[in-house]
Design a protein around this ligand. Structure first.
Ligand code: PAF
Length: 293
C-alpha cells in the first residue's frame, strides 16, 4: 500500500518528511505537477531537504492510502476531483472542524474512510517546515477497509507517520472535544487579533463561559459524552498554546478563507436539527463571515 499525500501544507509536508525519514513509499499530489523542495527541521533539530515525487490523479493504481491534510473547506472539492480515479483506495481526513465526513460519504459511500485529529505543531514558512512541538494524533475509522490486510496495513502506516498515535473505536467524542476548543479559541483570537494565551484575560471570561455552555447543551442534546470537561480542556489548551496564534487568526490576518463553517457553522447546523439556538456561536459565525467578506 503506497501513501499519497494531498497538498504541501504544513502538516502534509511534515508527513512527507516523516515518510522520507522512515523510508516509506509515498508520493505527493500537489496543485501543479511541480512540487516544492522542502527544508524540514525536526523538533530535535535534525534537518532534511527533499523533493517529493509527484503523482497525478490519473496515475492512481488502486491500493493507495490517500491522506488529505487540508483545510476542511478544501476536502469536498479535492475528493470531487479525485472521485473519477478512485477504485480500491483508503482515505484519511485530517483537519480542524467537522462536517466533511458526511460530504465525503454522500459522494463515495463505499470509500474506506479514516478520520483524524492531530496536535502536531508545525510551522511552514515558504519552503521551510519546522516542527515546533511534539503532539500526538487520534484516529478512528468512519468505514474500515473490508479487507483485513488493507485495514492492518493502513493502521500500521498511519500509526508510524502520525506517531505518537492512538486508534479509537469511537472517534466522534474526540472530534467534539477538539471542536469545542476550536469553536472558542479560533474565532475569538481572529476577531480580537490576539494570541491564544491572551484569552485567559478576565475580559473574555463571560463570553467564553456562554460559548462553553452552548456547546455543552448541544453535546448533551446529541448524547455526545464529555460536555462537563469542556471548560477544563479549553483552559488547558489556552495555557499549552499560549504563545501561538490560532489557524483562524492566521487565515483572517492573511485574507484567506477560514474553517468557520466547519467549526461554529457545524455547531449551528447540528443545533438547528435539535431546534436549539446558539446565539453566542451565531454571533461569532456572523462576525467572521463579515471579516472574510
Ligand atoms: O486551529 C488551531 O490553531 C489549533 O487547533 C488550536 C488548538 C486552536 C491551537 O492554536
Amino acid at each position: 500500500m503506497n501513501i499519497v499525500i494531498v497538498g504541501q501544507g504544513a502538516i502534509g509536508s511534515a508527513l512527507a518528511a516523516r515518510c522520507e525519514i522512515q523510508g516509506l513509499a509515498y508520493k505527493v499530489m500537489g496543485r501543479t505537477s511541480t512540487l516544492q523542495c522542502i527544508e524540514w527541521i525536526a523538533y530535535q533539530g535534525e534537518r532534511l531537504a527533499f523533493l517529493p515525487e509527484s503523482l497525478e490523479p490519473h496515475e492512481l493504481k488502486g491500493n493507495e492510502l490517500i491522506i488529505l491534510p487540508l483545510k476542511a473547506y478544501q476536502i469536498l472539492p479535492a475528493v470531487t476531483a479525485l472521485k473519477p480515479y478512485l477504485t480500491e483506495q483508503t482515505m484519511l481526513l485530517l483537519h480542524n472542524g467537522m462536517g466533511t465526513q458526511s460530504e465525503v460519504e454522500a459522494l463515495l459511500p463505499d470509500l474506506p474512510l479514516a478520520l483524524g485529529i492531530t496536535r502536531m505543531a508545525v510551522l511552514k514558512q515558504d519552503t521551510q517546515v519546522t516542527e515546533t512541538g511534539l503532539g500526538g494524533s487520534d484516529l478512528g475509522w468512519a468505514l474500515a477497509p473490508a479487507n483485513k490486510a488493507n485495514r492492518e496495513q493502513a493502521e500500521h502506516l498511519l500509526s508510524s507517520i502520525l506517531a505518537p498515535c492512538q486508534w479509537h473505536t469511537q472517534i466522534a467524542p474526540l472530534q467534539w472535544a477538539k471542536l469545542a476548543v476550536n469553536a472558542v479559541i479560533n474565532p475569538l483570537t481572529a476577531l480580537h487579533n490576539i494570541s491564544n494565551g491572551e484569552l485567559a484575560q478576565p475580559q473574555y471570561q463571560a463570553q467564553i463561559q456562554a460559548l462553553n455552555e452552548e456547546i455543552a447543551t448541544l453535546m448533551q442534546g446529541l448524547n455526545i459524552p464529555g460536555a462537563q470537561d469542556i471548560p477544563s480542556r479549553l483552559a488547558q489548551v489556552i495555557n499549552a498554546t499560549a504563545a501561538n496564534f490560532s489557524s483562524m487568526h492566521q487565515d483572517v490576518l492573511h485574507g484567506r478563507p477560514t474553517e468557520i463553517d466547519y467549526i461554529n457553522g457545524y455547531l449551528l447546523k447540528e443545533a438547528e436539527r435539535l431546534g436549539l439556538a446558539l446565539p453566542h456561536h451565531l454571533a461569532l459565525w456572523q462576525k467572521i463571515h463579515a471579516r472574510q467578506a
